[in-house]
Design a protein around this ligand. Structure first.
Ligand SMILES: NC(=O)c1ccc[n+]([C@@H]2O[C@H](COP(=O)([O-])OP(=O)(O)OC[C@H]3O[C@@H](n4cnc5c(N)ncnc54)[C@H](OP(=O)(O)O)[C@@H]3O)[C@@H](O)[C@H]2O)c1
Length: 328
């Protein structure tokens, strides 16, 4: 009788301990879920705060030089000095912090004026802006002068990123070494390349220089996705930047009217341009859409409130024809 009572008591204690362990484990799981949800909410709050303040909201990427670079910027190809001045000023006002120009565009002076106006009005500082310019091929034998001339035209005392405009095996290494010297003296912060379309050509230059190119700017859009090159660049920690991100002047409608792109645009209540730009960013590519139109510039910046799904990214990936619009 006494033995039976003791066994019942032990059983009862085991059941109570079991129930307590069960409830404590479940509570812990709920706590963990709550913690991760609040992390996401905190991130969103942080984003909104930054967006309202119009500071560095645009996602940025850290280059192999150690400097941060925004993923979305304003392009200025084919813009006159006064158009470039306006576009840069409007873009900075909208919150863009990356500007792309080149000595061959003939508008570095206008770009510099747009930057100065924005800084003078006090809504942005030089340190918050990332300026890229390019050394033209005919300057490759005189890189030091070319760098000084770009600095003078831009009205800046340093350039965030200078890239060689085109591959030119006869003297691009000479030009690149000039840019390396300018990194040492603080005139340039990061250096890179543009228009190197084969891994072999990229390796040719990279193997002869001391500073690994931080970036490669090539024609890239949904019909020419540069995937082979982007994969090749990974070993160098070099990022890919897309020029003609919307297909380029005169070609944009081909991409905007593409069935897949317009279907995805309708489903997100966004424009085709916004879908394409979002695709660049989700591919990990920096995009610099060019525009002289104030409302297009604002529209192109409004791509941080939605995301393309994996299926949509796959549908866009399937559009690749490995075909360029430009022949240079
Ligand atoms: N490294 C190189 O060799 C190289 C070569 C070419 C370009 N780039 C750089 O890359 C940048 C981008 O290339 P890109 O400007 O030639 O071509 P893009 O950005 O692909 O296309 C520019 C065209 O798109 C239009 N556009 C822009 N936003 C739009 C919108 N939301 N809706 C409708 N149309 C829109 C522009 O017209 P509106 O002016 O009317 O907006 C313009 O006609 C250049 O500006 C330049 O900085 C580099």
């Amino acid at each position: 009788m006494k033995k039976g009572f003791i066994i019942c008591l032990i059983l009862l204690i085991c059941i109570i301990v079991g129930v307590v362990i069960y409830f404590r484990t479940n509570n812990k799981k709920e706590d963990n879920t709550q913690n991760s949800t609040s992390k996401i909410e905190n991130n969103n709050k942080e984003d909104k705060k930054m967006s309202n303040n119009q500071t560095y909201f645009i996602e940025d990427i850290t280059l192999n030089s150690g400097y941060k670079m925004p993923m979305l910027g304003i392009g200025t190809y084919l813009l006159s000095d006064s158009q470039a001045e306006n576009s840069v000023y409007w873009a900075l006002k909208d919150g863009y912090r990356l500007i792309d120009t080149a000595r061959i565009y003939g508008n570095e002076t206008g770009v510099g004026r747009g930057i100065k106006k924005a800084i003078d009005e006090g809504f942005v500082t030089r340190e918050e802006i990332f300026v890229t310019t390019k050394m033209w091929t005919s300057d490759f034998n005189n890189p030091d002068e070319a760098i000084d001339a770009s600095l003078r035209r831009l009205g800046l005392d340093y350039i965030d990123l200078m890239i060689l405009h085109h591959s030119q095996p006869s003297n691009d290494v000479t030009a690149y070494k000039g840019m390396e010297r300018a990194v040492k003296t603080g005139k340039l912060r990061s250096i890179g390349l543009s228009n190197y379309y084969t891994p072999e050509d990229f390796d040719r230059l990279a193997s002869q220089v001391d500073i690994t190119p931080a970036l490669l700017q090539n024609e890239t859009h949904p019909y020419h996705q540069s995937t082979e090159m982007a994969e090749h660049l990974e070993q160098y920690d070099t990022v890919l930047e897309s020029w003609f991100p919307l297909g380029g002047r005169g070609n944009t409608q081909v991409l905007f009217d593409d069935d897949t792109i317009s279907r995805i645009a309708d489903s997100h209540n966004k424009t085709s341009a916004q879908i394409i730009l979002r695709w660049h960013l989700q591919m990990g590519y920096i995009a610099i859409p060019g525009s002289s139109n104030e409302s297009h510039i604002a529209e192109n910046y409004d791509i941080f409130d939605f995301e393309l799904s994996e299926d949509e990214m796959q549908d866009l990936k399937d559009l690749d024809k490995n075909e360029r619009f430009a022949d240079y």
